[in-house]
Design a protein around this ligand. Structure first.
Ligand SMILES: [Fe+2]
Length: 257
């Protein structure tokens, strides 16, 4: 039968929507409650919706009974502080699973390459229903930062780098594409990440905001790209060697975020 997927994401695995152009009070992401949750890089997360409406970030399949990343329960104490973020996550009208704000400390392109991962969005997702993808709404104005997307973790061929100014909005099949953010600057980056079920509502939302399947990649000096690639190779090899020394195999690189 297969999953219901968005035609808009078929070719490249991502779309960039029109920029969100309204001001939001930073208190919406600064005053909500964060929990330490190790993801790609030095991160914390503030959930707006979770498996059971509690302030925690675990995959829904790790709860009892285990279930897929749909039907997230909104957390009243958080949504009361972040009404605009909640409204934006609910705007498509498609089923929402996890919804949270990520706080990412500054890093580099080399860090992003090492942090590249695929999300486990569709574990336990019943065949014939909508494929879960993720929306990323950049909240802080991170003019020098960008999202790195690759088809293959270690192969730069076809890499796309998407700019992350305030209001940048993208939807990514993060189970298909390897992804991580390169975040330059001195302050943390904040981004709202929402798990949405693919289907007619999400398709309409993508069309309404003119989802672009191809955007120009952020320009990065070739020597930075080359050095980042070399550093990724070095770190992956170092980690494999460390694991081998402990007699363990490399775990599948799969992240919650
Ligand atoms: Fe992710």
């Amino acid at each position: 039968m297969g999953y219901i997927k968005s035609a808009a994401l078929e070719e490249t695995g991502y779309v960039v929507l029109d920029r969100y152009n309204k001001e939001i009070d930073p208190k919406e992401w600064l005053d909500i409650e964060y929990v330490d949750w190790k993801s790609s890089g030095d991160t914390r997360f503030a959930p707006l919706a979770s498996a059971k409406g509690e302030i925690e970030c675990n995959g829904f399949w790790n709860h009892k009974p285990p279930r897929t990343d749909k039907d997230g329960v909104w957390i009243d104490s958080q949504t009361a502080i972040a009404p605009t973020l909640t409204e934006r996550a609910q705007e498509p009208g498609s089923n929402v699973g996890r919804c949270r704000v990520i706080e990412l400390q500054p890093n580099t392109y080399a860090d992003a390459l090492y942090n590249l991962h695929q999300d486990d969005n569709n574990r336990l997702n019943p065949d014939g229903t909508g494929w879960v993808v993720r929306g990323f709404f950049n909240l802080t104005d991170d003019k020098d930062s960008y999202f790195v997307l690759r088809h293959n973790r270690t192969d730069p061929e076809g890499e796309v780098r998407i700019a992350l100014p305030a209001g940048a909005q993208l939807i990514v099949d993060t189970q298909r594409l390897w992804h991580a953010a390169a975040h330059y600057g001195t302050e943390p980056r904040y981004c709202l990440i929402t798990s949405w079920e693919s289907g007619p509502q999400l398709d309409e939302y993508i069309a309404k905001y003119n989802g672009q399947e191809h955007v120009p990649s952020v320009e990065v000096e070739q020597d930075v790209l080359d050095a980042g690639q070399a550093e990724q190779t070095r770190r992956i090899a170092a980690r494999a060697a460390a694991l081998a020394a402990r007699g363990q195999a490399e775990k599948a690189v799969m992240s919650e975020a």
